[in-house]
Ligand binder design. Structure first.
Ligand SMILES: Cc1cc2nc3c(=O)[nH]c(=O)nc-3n(C[C@H](O)[C@H](O)[C@H](O)COP(=O)(O)O)c2cc1C
Length: 224
């Protein structure tokens, strides 16, 4: 529905995993824009419930940041999948567009989103359907995007567009800043004595997500 309450008849589904809410933040902004354009928009957050790997991600901040971050390192490298739960919306017929929100975990797609992308539900959802990818990370977005595209294409999806969001700082300082945030839940000036940049999605990046969604809607549904 748009602000006048009129629907343009298009259905958009946003499927994502979000541990600290950064991916959620940019997708919420994209969803608002699509609704303003008259699309029927549904958000479908993935729940990570794997008995072996999900425990560190059931609380925020992390209890023990480095071991908790590394707890999925090997599994990520092997491209393992795990147990997830998804809303019924992912099994609710055809959509005109699916947008994936994908935080980077160890240079690739996170286990929760990979688990969805490799599922039978993803096959039914993506068969011939246009999809877009929003990657969110500290720095390493390319491997994540490539993995999502490979898996989504394999399930029959048609790639439409992508956007990536990175956090400020160099390789080391952005990592320290992220570790500081994940371990404390707060923004600090220093970590381990080192001055650190800000981390996480900025207001400017939320605006970029809005513009991205607007351009996508113009291109795919402009005539409707
Ligand atoms: C287990 C784990 C591994 C991560 N690995 C990377 C990485 O390899 N490269 C990177 O740029 N960011 C990495 N990050 C940072 C996340 O991409 C970043 O925290 C992002 O904000 C998560 O989004 P979310 O809050 O929506 O889950 C990692 C975060 C976690 C929790």
């Amino acid at each position: 529905m748009n602000s006048a309450g009129e629907s343009n008849g298009t259905r958009v589904l946003l499927v994502y995993y979000s541990y600290t809410g950064q991916t959620q933040k940019v997708l919420d902004a994209a969803a608002d824009v699509l609704r303003e354009r008259g699309c029927e928009v549904t958000l479908a957050p993935i729940e990570f419930v794997d008995p072996q790997y999900s425990e560190p991600f059931t609380r925020f901040p992390m209890r023990s940041v480095w071991p908790d971050m590394f707890s999925v390192y090997k599994a990520q490298g092997r491209g393992e999948t795990g147990e997830i739960r998804t809303p019924d919306a992912v099994r609710d017929g055809r959509y005109d567009l699916v947008i994936f929100g994908s935080p980077t975990w160890w240079d690739t797609v996170s286990m929760p989103l990979r688990s969805f992308l490799e599922s039978g539900d993803a096959k039914a959802l993506l068969d011939g359907t246009p999809y877009a990818v929003v990657t969110v990370c500290r720095r390493l977005w390319r491997g994540n995007l490539e993995a999502v595209r490979e898996l989504a294409d394999k399930q029959g999806g048609r790639f439409a567009d992508s956007i990536h969001f990175e956090y400020p700082g160099g390789q080391l300082t952005s990592l320290l800043s992220l570790a500081s945030y994940l371990g404390s839940g707060e923004y600090k000036e220093r970590y381990l004595g080192v001055k650190i940049p800000t981390t996480n999605i900025s207001a400017g990046q939320v605006d970029q997500a809005r513009s991205f969604a607007g351009r996508l809607a113009d291109r795919l549904f402009g005539g409707r």
